[in-house]
Write a protein that binds this ligand. Structure first.
Ligand SMILES: N[C@@H](CCC(=O)N[C@@H](CS)C(=O)NCC(=O)O)C(=O)O
Length: 208
């Protein structure tokens, strides 16, 4: 298998964490988004959305990080990241869809305004966008905070794909200055993810 990724992307990192957790052999190929490598014709043939992560497994090409994570788990029967119980799988999928549809976009405002704009010389953060971003962030962060009350993990009593998917966006919380101060449950939960060996070993090198 070969995974095209960009180490500082949260969408990539969570897939790499799954590979490490399951101890699956996979070649990693970095696609440098800062150099526009995702627009190269060879890569566009694999993923016409020009996005990483993208997995190639023989003749099978798969994009969308959450689909890749589920696919990798299906290769390792009995793993605890994606347990076979249908209700548990649906619960995990729920959080993965929620992350893609809502929480990731809410965090994405701060990532774009405070990190990507700087990275690409696109000017200063826009105060109106940040204000709108804060409203969106609080809407969804409060759902996550309430769910985490009295729980260690999002689903069941062990780390699952749900934690990797939703948690991956907290990696950039400090750098992109998400308004996190009052969300002590989220902070505690993300610290716990930080103790998972596969999460530690998949960490990208620090950005300067
Ligand atoms: N929903 C996709 C999102 C992937 C995504 O947003 N990838 C970004 C990096 S985090 C990307 O490759 N952007 C390059 C581009 O849009 O040209 C997933 O979960 O895999």
């Amino acid at each position: 298998m070969k995974l095209y990724h960009f180490p500082i992307s949260p969408n990539s990192r969570r897939v790499v964490a799954v590979l490490h957790h399951l101890e699956l052999a996979c070649e990693l190929q970095s696609i440098d988004l800062s150099k526009g490598e995702q627009m190269q014709p060879d890569f566009l043939r694999l993923n016409p959305n020009h996005m990483i992560p993208t997995l190639v497994d023989g003749d099978f090409v798969l994009w969308e990080s959450n689909a890749i994570m589920q696919y990798l788990c299906s290769k390792v029967p009995g793993n605890s990241l994606w347990p076979v119980n249908p209700a548990t799988q649906a619960d995990i999928s729920r959080w993965q869809f929620w992350q893609t549809a809502h929480f990731g976009n809410a965090c994405g405002v701060f990532i774009f305004e405070r990190l990507i704009k700087k990275f690409r010389n696109l000017g200063e953060p826009d105060a109106n966008q940040i204000a709108k971003g804060e409203a969106g962030f609080h809407r969804f962060a409060s759902v996550l905070e309430a769910h985490l009350a009295g729980r260690e993990w999002l689903v069941g009593d062990t780390v699952t794909l749900a934690d990797f998917s939703v948690g991956s966006f907290l990696e950039l919380a400090e750098m992109a200055q998400y308004p996190m101060a009052s969300y002590t449950g989220m902070q505690r939960w993300y610290r716990n993810i930080g103790f998972v060996p596969a999460w530690q070993s998949s960490a990208p090198a620090k950005m300067t």
